[in-house]
Design a protein around this ligand. Sequence first.
Ligand code: SF4
Length: 292
Amino acid sequence: MARKSPRARRKPESPRMPGTGRPRATPGRRTANATRKARSVRGAHAPKGARPVAKRARRPARSPEARRAARVRTRARFAPPDPARVAAVLEILERSYPDATTALRHENPLQLLIATILSAQCTDERVNQTTPALFARYPDAAALAAAPQADLEGMIRSTGFFRNKARAIRECCADIVARYGGDVPRSMEELLTLRGVGRKTANVVLGNAYGIPGIVVDTHVHRLSRRIGLTDESDPVKIEFALMPVVPRERWTAFSHWLILHGRQVCAARKPRCSVCALALHCPRAGVTASQ
Ligand code: SF4
């Protein structure tokens, strides 16, 4: 008997269905049952030979009440800060920054309002270099409201976004002249009626020009109040309202200054300096992934 070559001796492989471990019942042909099953999975109009698509389990639609309850359950995970811990944090901040106040130079509420508008996306130092000449040429709300747009833009160009800021200053001052006789109003409700003025700007003016307590939620207060575990809110207005019952009212303005200074000097956005931070013992460092 002639010897078979190694290739001829190899057993023929059974054809297999893609994705199955078993050979077909009839090589090269599919049973009627298998064809029905494949068509039902991939859709009746799918091209021949298309891979079956796994069916996705559909989640049942939730009612608005169920969605609201789920939100409440999620929020319930955040425990309100312990008053003793908050008191310790406030005491350390007060000791660390006893002379904290706004860095924006001003002589009256209007100048502070304009400087605050100019400080958006700009350093306080830059604003302080810009405002003396601006207030010398346009000393009151009526003068600023009547200032030519191009001239105003030229004077505040170095603070960035100068076109929008110039328009905001002119429109805001026009409102002050038309509705408040040229004086910056003294209440949150009235300040919010001025064009270009939001809660942050209003709280700066109320707290620093009129001595009416207000929590200013800027980028530092936003970041630190979450890291220190005073709130888990992320919207600035919600943070402000969440901090109100946590911090005593008479310290709202100072508290904002403390957090702003601490954010600049110690608790930096990218790498907070936790190893030298006076608050380290009382801070849960929420959301901090890298520190030095
Ligand atoms: S311990 Fe760290 S995260 Fe907490 S306030 Fe200090 S620097 Fe910021």
